[in-house]
Design a protein around this ligand. Structure first.
Ligand code: 13P
Ligand code: SF4
Length: 303
């Protein structure tokens, strides 16, 4: 009898499918993925793949972005209910109101957002490219949605812009506290603190490095440090250990776990390969209109 993994491999070939996975999914899912990365890498790699079917092991905004950038492809989500809470924490009425209020304005939309929010925005960003893209925009006023923590981080790096903040955040990163980092530091005084910019400002103040998931992984790999306190979702531990054997990684006592990312299992991947269920379907005008800010991100992100 074939194992689940062998069946996935076989069906992948039969269906002409490719598996993309974010660093936050379970280790066994990262292990079988063809491409693993942060949100920016995954949206870049999704463009120009040869396979007709993309199995996206991540939350719904990631599958939607892959579909928007590749409307002719079939994008399947192993778990259709895997969603990012923050992706819904902004609204179109507020965008319209802010547009009326400020003349010289760009609506900058973190990729962790619904397609509906993207289509009302001027440009998308990820945590890996937000600073460079905002800096390159001609507009002086920036309405940054949905994440207020990432917005504050970018605002600090780009002081020449005037930021209008939105009240959204990632509930998982928001729980990471300065107190727990101090506690981890007391236990591991030589450890460097590496933090994702979705963390609250008090956490970022303690950080030796702030960056996206792939930024954190590369920093740990290249650093001469041997111990690190990692302030992002625990899924990154798999790639950190793979790339940095011998180094030590610690998380805060309240381990940051994104249950939606963890809901993706090998069995669910096998199921969508067998059945074609959970296809990402978006209407034509949503695809057309949300594609522009995503493509602008890919374009500005190269510079
Ligand atoms: P990255 O873009 O750094 O991979 O982060 C995505 C995410 O969902 C962070 O919570
Ligand atoms: Fe969304 Fe937070 Fe989960 Fe990332 S960790 S997918 S921002 S809920």
């Amino acid at each position: 009898m074939m194992t689940v993994r062998e069946e996935i491999e076989q069906l992948k070939k039969e269906r002409n499918a490719v598996i993309l996975a974010h660093y936050y999914v379970r280790p066994e899912v990262q292990e079988i993925a063809d491409y693993i990365g942060d949100s920016f890498y995954l949206s870049k790699i999704a463009v120009g793949l040869n396979e007709q079917v993309i199995i996206f092991c991540g939350v719904s905004f990631m599958g939607e972005s892959a579909k928007i950038l590749n409307p002719e492809k079939t994008v399947l989500m192993p778990d259709a209910s895997a969603d990012c809470a923050m992706a819904h924490m902004a609204d179109v009425q507020t965008i319209e109101r802010v547009r009326k209020e400020y003349k010289d304005l760009a609506v900058v939309c973190y990729i962790n957002s619904t397609a509906e929010l993207k289509r009302h925005s001027d440009v998308c960003v990820t945590s890996a490219n937000a600073v460079n893209i905002v800096r390159a925009l001609p507009e002086r006023n920036i309405f940054f949605i949905p994440d207020r923590h990432l917005a504050h981080f970018v605002a600090e790096q780009v002081p020449e812009k005037n930021f209008i903040y939105n009240d959204g955040c990632c509930p998982i990163h928001a729980r990471i506290s300065q107190e727990e980092i101090h506690k981890a530091k007391a236990e591991h005084p030589r450890a460097l603190v590496l933090a994702h910019p979705e963390c609250p400002e008090a956490v970022l103040e303690t950080a030796d490095y702030i960056g996206s998931t792939s930024g954190i992984i590369s920093y740990a790999e290249q650093s001469s440090g041997e111990e690190f306190i990692i302030c992002t979702e625990v899924g990154v531990e798999y790639e950190l250990r793979r790339r940095c054997p011998g180094k030590q990684f610690y998380f805060t006592e309240t381990r940051p776990v994104c249950e939606d990312m963890k809901s993706i299992t090998l069995e669910k991947i096998l199921n969508v390969l067998r059945t074609g269920e959970n296809e990402v379907l978006l209407n034509g005008s949503v695809i057309r209109e949300s594609r522009q800010p995503l493509e602008r991100m890919l374009d500005l992100g190269q510079k």
